[in-house]
Write a protein that binds this ligand. Structure first.
Ligand code: FAD
Length: 496
């Protein structure tokens, strides 16, 4: 029988991923006594199972692709061969190095947080008491739930044969062929990585396009780039019917256009969503409601139990590291405020993207959403083929789409697919948060030759394109009449 010990805290945080760590630190900054319970290691999905290990594979994929360019730049070397087990070792080593670098346990303890790792799943005994699997009992005035999520599994026949991205880290060898079900961010990253390593990849997606949450031009460019690399893509399928083992392979049967079709692959990966880690928490004991697989929260990140808040992936709002940290800070501040006071959270400017080939990055509204708000918003497009830096580097695939308001010149969104896309969009993110107008972006002396210069080009093109409409401020009109001065050639690149 396990011993039961008991301590009481102002704040108990469940989960030690990005949200939980930030919540615990913010709680201490605000003077609360804080306990953090983590069922396994600190760092969460981000460090142990998601961003970091995926990025290591993406880096290897990247190096393999760069080697393809050697001959074009006068370098003689044999094409690299992949030793998959060494790459997997490197992946685990980097996860470990990043944990060591962060020293989360030490940092939290130095801040005065009572940290309990490898505690097994924590759960509510009653509204103000939590327990862990080691038998410890935690009295809690307030609770912040940051238990994250996990890869969704489906229950069609044979679904047990499918892996999720979490199983990729323990593969013993590179599969010759991979069928990936789900073409959102994780599915596309895995498709890009396995293709670069030489596997034949199939991507199956229910939505009409890849990356359905992104601007349509991003989806189209990614599809074109993937297909050029040999990925077989089926979007708009109706359902996955079943998976059947076939002599060392798996046959995925799916319904498309009323017909049952199939693909045969050595490995099948499911990448079809990310529900919250709800079940072990025994939420009914605390009166915490859930909705469609996530904890329901209001604008203050408060749950249906007034002393329990939630942040990060478990709220199902914005599944990103930076957003988890932002929500955690707001949740703790609200939890520790006087009753009735609340600082609402707003995910307004959230740069994000994926480390595919080519990369993509976005911030703000897609063109479709921008037109719902402002049908006559301004949109300009610059192809990477027009950018000197992309030509120099031999990486001309991609584009930048800039969207701005015709009413006030404010930037509404930017979408970039191409080299360093995710870095490039941050300039616009910073500008948007400062209320930047497109003419300020157009006038910025962006270093040459850089990928970021695509933004200046897109801004100048956008202004030149309107030429000074009646709604534009006078300074816009004069800028609009100025001929475009650019080094880059202006004929059309590949269709977007
Ligand atoms: C393959 C992949 C790649 C990704 N790449 C990126 C990227 O490049 N950039 C980006 O911004 N985001 C990325 N993400 C998303 C990112 O990982 C998450 O948004 C982020 O980790 C969410 O943080 P969190 O703290 O809410 O949850 P998590 O990081 O999942 O942390 C939750 C923690 O709670 C613990 N826990 C769960 N239940 C309990 C319990 N009952 N008791 C105690 N502890 C519990 C878990 O062990 C875990 O440590 C990626 C995700 C995946 C799957």
């Amino acid at each position: 029988m396990k011993q039961s010990s008991s301590s009481s805290y102002d704040l108990v945080v469940v989960g030690g991923g990005p949200a939980g760590v930030i919540a615990a630190l913010r709680g201490r900054e605000l003077g609360a006594s804080v306990a953090l319970i983590e069922r396994s290691r600190l760092g969460g999905t981000c460090t142990n199972d998601g961003c970091v290990p995926t990025r290591v594979l993406a880096r290897a994929a990247r190096l393999a692709r760069e080697a393809e360019q050697f001959a074009r730049y006068g370098l003689d070397a044999p094409p690299p061969t992949l030793e998959f087990d060494r790459l997997m070792q490197r992946t685990q080593q980097i996860v470990y190095t990043i944990q060591e670098k962060k020293q989360l346990v030490k940092g939290l303890r130095e801040a005065g947080v009572a940290v309990f790792t490898e505690a097994g799943a924590a759960y509510f005994e009653d509204g103000h008491t939590l327990r862990d699997q080691a038998g410890r009992r935690y009295g809690a005035d307030r609770v912040i739930l940051c238990a994250g999520g996990r890869a969704r599994r489906l229950d069609f026949p044979g679904a047990q044969y499918a892996l999720t991205h979490s199983d990729v880290w323990s593969l013993k060898k590179l599969p010759r062929s991979v069928a990936i079900i789900g073409a959102a961010a994780t599915g596309c990253q895995l498709a890009s990585i396995f293709t670069a390593f030489g596997a034949q990849v199939w991507l199956l997606e229910l939505a009409p396009r890849l990356l359905p949450g992104e601007d349509a031009a991003v989806s189209q460019t990614m599809r074109q780039a993937f297909e050029e690399r040999g990925v077989c893509i089926q979007t708009g399928i109706q359902s996955v019917e079943r998976i059947e083992p076939r002599q060392g392979f798996y046959e995925v049967l799916y319904r498309d256009g009323g017909q049952v079709q199939s693909v045969l692959a050595e490995v099948v990966v499911l990448s079809v969503g990310w529900p919250g880690n709800l079940e072990p928490l025994n939420l009914p004991a605390a009166g915490v409601n859930t909705e469609r697989g996530y904890i329901s929260v209001d604008d203050c990140l408060r749950t249906s139990a007034s002393h329990v808040y939630a942040a990060g992936d478990i709220t199902g709002r914005m599944m990103l590291v930076q957003s988890a940290g932002y929500e955690a800070r707001i949740a703790v501040e609200n939890a520790l405020r006087s009753p009735g006071e609340c600082q609402p959270y707003r995910h307004q400017i959230v740069p994000h993207g994926g480390f595919t080939d080519p990369e993509y990055g976005s911030v703000g509204l897609t063109e479709e959403k921008a037109r719902q708000v402002e049908p006559d918003c301004l949109v300009s497009l610059v192809y990477y083929a027009e950018l000197d830096r992309a030509v120099i580097d031999g990486l001309p695939v991609g584009f930048c789409k800039l969207i701005a308001s015709l009413r006030n010149g404010r930037i509404l969104g930017v979408h970039v697919a191409g080299e360093q896309a995710l870095e490039v969009v941050h300039l616009v993110a910073a500008g948007m948060s400062a209320g930047m107008q497109v003419q300020q972006l157009a006038e910025l002396e962006i270093a040459y030759p850089t990928y970021t210069a695509v933004l200046g080009l897109a801004a100048r093109r956008l202004i030149a394109q309107v030429g000074g409409g009646p709604n534009l401020a006078p300074e816009w009109r004069s800028l609009g009449k100025t001929p475009l001065v650019e080094w880059e050639r202006r004929d059309a690149g590949p269709a977007v």
